[in-house]
Ligand binder design. Structure first.
Ligand SMILES: C[S@@+](CC[C@H](N)C(=O)[O-])C[C@H]1O[C@@H](n2cnc3c(N)ncnc32)[C@H](O)[C@@H]1O
Length: 408
């Protein structure tokens, strides 16, 4: 392929060949940029790149909070900003270009929206608008209360099987369906990992809105082994895996990812002031104060610790740190050291927040790589695959959708 053909494939549509190409471009950039995203500033106070790019660190430490917030709110702007300051071959905002999927008007049905919170309703309607051409019969994978299936049943009259493991959600979904008159929707209480669930994929068009980790991965495998008619999936929670390490579908892949790495793909930043954010920040400051104290007690380097019970965070700092020290097997700090530790926690937190910006400039690249990898089994089994965005990021940052139609 000539360079201009490659570029054209990139901007036009992400279908089979373009997905495979994008996968390879993303992988080479992610491999080359590991020093920027592997180390988590919460654990490594001074990531390697700080030594290599002191000006970058300086720019981050001096950046006004509003500018920082604006960059974190806009993945493209963030990648452009970092791309101007680091030398990573191929790194640029065009890697993030994913076309919006064509949308059809879906008769919005008020009845289908009973019991659905506003934002969820908008996500469901956007998902449905991008999948309006899905044909009978439809399987809704990990359906929750089956809001999406109910909308399909009411607006298209198609037969919808909503599969969900939680019997209570199924019962609530059945009640909503019957109240709305969605007579073509039926619920099946089943584990999506079971053989029976995989069999339901056969001959059906499957839709999966926000299916986590192995739930979306197993669906794609089932689609290829059980003869699905096609699917539409918007993945989320990529880190929810049985295995501690990600197993790429692309056998040629050289990217090795742990669960911590996978968390990066879904790390969002809330910068608006508010009680929840202040509490989250304070929790991080206190944990970093504990880390600072621990460093004075052991030379073992950073070690993860179990989640801290939220009740401890509503205690005074002295109580918090002494409980955590007791649990982790360290002596508690003397009371005269507490004020200094708190200050250290606050200082480390500020540093960590600003240095994290560099890591976050790779989150969307990683997410896109994961979704391109997810497409691989479908592509290699001859499905027509397309990858696009089904709604604005403000509605949900998990707005990527993989669509696939089985070979004739
Ligand atoms: C993130 S929610 C998405 C629900 C729905 N699709 C939506 O977007 O509103 C994931 C759903 O998957 C269900 N789930 C989790 N593990 C499952 C399994 N092994 N089999 C079937 N459903 C499962 C959960 O109970 C939950 O309802």
């Amino acid at each position: 392929m000539q360079v201009y053909e490659l570029l054209e494939a990139l901007v036009k549509a992400l279908s089979n060949e373009a997905i495979a190409l994008r996968h390879d471009l993303l992988e080479s950039v992610l491999l080359a940029s590991q020093p920027f995203w592997r180390e988590m500033p919460f654990r490594v106070e001074r990531p390697q790149w700080v030594n290599d790019y002191p000006d970058l660190d300086d720019a981050l430490q001096r950046m006004p909070a509003e500018r920082l917030g604006a960059l974190l709110d806009d993945n493209r702007a963030l990648v452009e900003w970092l791309g101007d300051r680091v030398a990573v071959p191929g790194y640029g905002a065009d890697l993030l270009d994913v076309p919006a999927l064509p949308r059809e008007t879906v008769g919005s049905s008020l009845r289908s929206a009973w019991g659905v919170p506003g934002r969820k309703r908008a996500q469901i309607e956007a998902f449905a608008a991008a999948t309006a051409s899905l044909k009978d019969p439809v399987l809704e994978w990990c359906a929750g209360k089956g809001h999406l299936g109910r909308l399909f049943s009411l607006t298209h009259g198609v037969s919808v099987t909503s599969l969900e493991i939680d019997a209570e959600l199924c019962r609530a979904g059945e009640a909503l369906a019957s109240r709305a008159g969605a007579s073509t929707q039926a619920f099946v209480v089943a584990d999506a990992f079971s053989r029976d669930a995989a069999k339901l994929v056969s001959g059906r068009h499957v839709m999966a809105l926000h299916a986590c980790g192995d739930l979306h991965r197993d669906l794609v495998v089932a689609a290829t082994t059980q003869g699905s008619a096609g699917l539409a999936v918007s993945p989320c929670c990529y880190y929810r895996l049985r295995e501690a390490r990600y197993q790429p579908f692309c056998t040629s892949s050289r990217l090795e990812l742990s669960r911590d790495d996978l968390h990066l793909a879904v790390t969002e930043t809330v910068t608006a002031p508010g009680r929840g954010v202040r509490e989250r920040d304070r929790a991080a400051q206190w944990k970093l104060a504990f880390v600072a104290w621990r460093e004075t007690q052991t030379a073992a380097g950073y070690q993860t610790f179990k989640p801290v019970p939220s009740a401890w965070l509503s205690q005074p700092f002295a109580e918090f740190i002494s409980r955590l020290c007791e649990r982790e097997g360290f002596a508690s700090p003397p009371s005269r050291a507490l004020a200094d530790l708190l200050q250290q926690g606050e200082r480390r937190f500020e540093l960590m927040m600003r240095r994290s910006v560099v890591r976050l400039a790779f989150r969307r690249l990683l997410e896109l790589w994961l979704v391109c990898d997810l497409a691989e089994p479908l592509i290699s089994h001859g499905f027509d695959v397309s990858l696009g965005v089904f709604c604005d990021r403000k509605l949900t940052p998990r707005n990527l959708m993989l669509r696939a139609t089985a070979p004739a």
